[in-house]
Write a new protein. Sequence first.
Length: 239
Amino acid sequence: MYDPERGWSLSFAGCGFLGFYHIGVTRCLSERAPHLLRNARRFFGASAGALHCAFFLSGVPLEQTLQALMDLVRSARSRNIGVLHPAFNLSKHLRDGLQRYLPDNVHQLLSGRIVISLTRVADGENVLVSDFRSKDEVVDALFCSSFVPFISGLIPPSFRGVRYIDGGVSDIIPFFDTKTTITISPFYGESDICPKVKSTNFLHVDFTKLSLRLCSENIYLLTRVLFPADLKAGVGHAH
């Protein structure tokens, strides 16, 4: 999977409210293979994957990350149509959370170590960013990477004066080199770390570099990206 001489990177797929999976994987790796996290050269992420990497690299404890995600899910589920309810402001929740949880020197902690996937509005091209001059720039980049049109709002946010939307639209599981990157995804498919499906139905669809199996489990999971499950069900799944 990787060549120790060249080092390796980790890439966390964009997955909305399925971010619980990333917390579970990171906890498992920290217990069983801590060197994979400690010595990884870069952490790539799109959307929820990028948020997870930012929290982890900032030294936010996994328990706190879990709490932040659970608070967001509770807030989304408290209304009958969840994230679609006009009174639920996903963007505000996200920006407030980033300002609250990320340390003031986050740009120094993350620069060169995190690679965030963004989709440029002007031409739909994927843009990867990894250097930041301030905490506000980190927050802007993460905010852009997680901006789902219509769900998050109508006007795309900007990073350094350029408008972007969810990185998952153009590259949901970013990396530079497939041979040295360990990919992590909550969807059944071909990622290095992902749920393994038992069926022998080998139909795959490629969705911006992420290979997904066409199976009922994935169809269910895709609905959970934007419409979170009840927390009792969701957290059990994370362990």
